[in-house]
Design a protein around this ligand. Structure first.
Ligand SMILES: NC(=O)c1ccc[n+]([C@@H]2O[C@H](COP(=O)([O-])OP(=O)(O)OC[C@H]3O[C@@H](n4cnc5c(N)ncnc54)[C@H](O)[C@@H]3O)[C@@H](O)[C@H]2O)c1
Length: 326
């Protein structure tokens, strides 16, 4: 047994895949989740503890139940649009919830945490390819809530010696290749699952927001990274934190940009079905192009994405979409 780890938000899309990878690597996994946007059926690896990061008593009990070596913190509210309408809920859940988690860790002398940050901390990019030194200027409360936690982790490293890794994900996509688990946000705002639902006939058409961006085909360009590649980086973060004090930050993206129309074409090719779509106005807050420079993660963590092309990412998502268990 490789040690005990805690996966906060382990009933959600990314956290459930991480719980599985940790269990497959011999870790004793505990999942803590309030099931607000997650699924009990997604927790199939390790012990499940129902609870909320906004409940310090539940956290105290959780940390008394086991001695965790590392905490993986995926729990958060994730909708940009909702965060604009309900900033209080986002700051409370994502920032106060994290402060509660850090307090419980400190009381139990747990000194390592991996945190899910986001490309949204960069705001409107000033370059097409973004490395970690790009200015941080979030343009919505969701992005700010993540940026605040990054700062908190840096301050806790300096004052208390907490070791941390923040991963700034670009667009997480795909599903476990065995087809038994995958993305299930409700409402779903992500492009790949929505395009697949159109291909399947579950939705009549896909709305494309804006076709007048300064990109090759006028639609937004994004960087899609497979869920298992994201998880592999988190696994590598354990060794990294054992060797490296302080707070580290890494982008996680494939380094390749695909337009919305590229994704639609790929979904049509993989599924063999048409993806009817129409064009609407641009959405506020959408940058034209967001592509990661992930050299730092490759160099320092030895990270190498295994799902290098968009078609292989979409294939896994399609397998899940056709046979969704939740
Ligand atoms: N999906 C992406 O493309 C993407 C991109 C960038 C960053 N992220 C970040 O990655 C993390 C995971 O994203 P996801 O797509 O798996 O989202 P998700 O909604 O599927 O998972 C989040 C999980 O956290 C749980 N949770 C939320 N607040 C909680 C609380 N207060 N107490 C206990 N549990 C709580 C939810 O019930 C859910 O199971 C999030 O923090 C998100 O901001 C995701």
């Amino acid at each position: 047994m490789a040690g005990s780890v805690l996966v906060c938000g382990g009933a959600g899309y990314i956290g459930s895949h991480m719980a599985r990878l940790l269990a497959e690597n011999g870790y004793d996994v505990t999942v803590f989740d309030n099931l607000k946007t997650g699924y009990r059926a997604a927790v199939r690896w390790g012990r499940f503890v129902a609870g909320d990061l906004l409940d310090p008593a539940a956290l105290k009990e959780l940390f008394a139940s086991k001695r965790f070596e590392v905490v993986f913190h995926f729990a958060g509210l994730i909708s940009v649009a909702e965060s604009v309408a309900q900033p209080a809920a986002y700051y409370r859940n994502n920032v106060e919830g994290t402060l509660n988690l850090l307090a419980a860790m400190q009381a139990a002398a747990v000194e390592r945490i991996v945190f899910s940050s986001t490309a949204a901390v960069y705001g409107n990019p000033i370059s097409d390819v973004i490395d970690e030194s790009h200015p941080k200027a979030p343009i919505n409360p969701y992005g700010w809530s993540k940026r605040m936690v990054e700062q908190i982790l840096a301050d806790y490293a300096a004052a208390y010696g907490l070791r941390s890794v923040c991963f700034r994900y670009f667009n997480a996509a795909g599903a476990h290749p065995d087809g038994t688990m995958g993305e299930a946000h409700d409402p779903e705002t992500h492009l790949v699952p929505n395009a697949l639902r159109v291909a399947q006939g579950e939705l009549p058409e896909l709305r494309v927001f804006g076709r007048d961006y300064g990109t090759p085909d006028g639609t937004c360009v994004r960087d899609y990274v497979h869920i298992l590649d994201l998880c592999a980086a988190h696994l590598a973060a354990i060794d990294w934190m054992n060797q490296t004090p302080g707070a580290s930050i890494f982008n996680l993206g494939s380094g390749s940009g695909f337009s919305i129309l590229d994704v639609i074409r790929t979904v049509a090719a993989v599924t063999g079905k048409p993806v009817p779509h129409s064009f609407g106005e641009r959405r506020a807050g959408d940058a034209a192009t967001l592509v990661a420079d992930s050299r730092l993660a490759r160099e320092r963590l030895g990270w190498k994405p295994a799902f290098a092309d968009l078609a292989s990412i979409v294939e896994t998502a399609w397998r899940w979409q056709q046979n969704r268990a939740y």
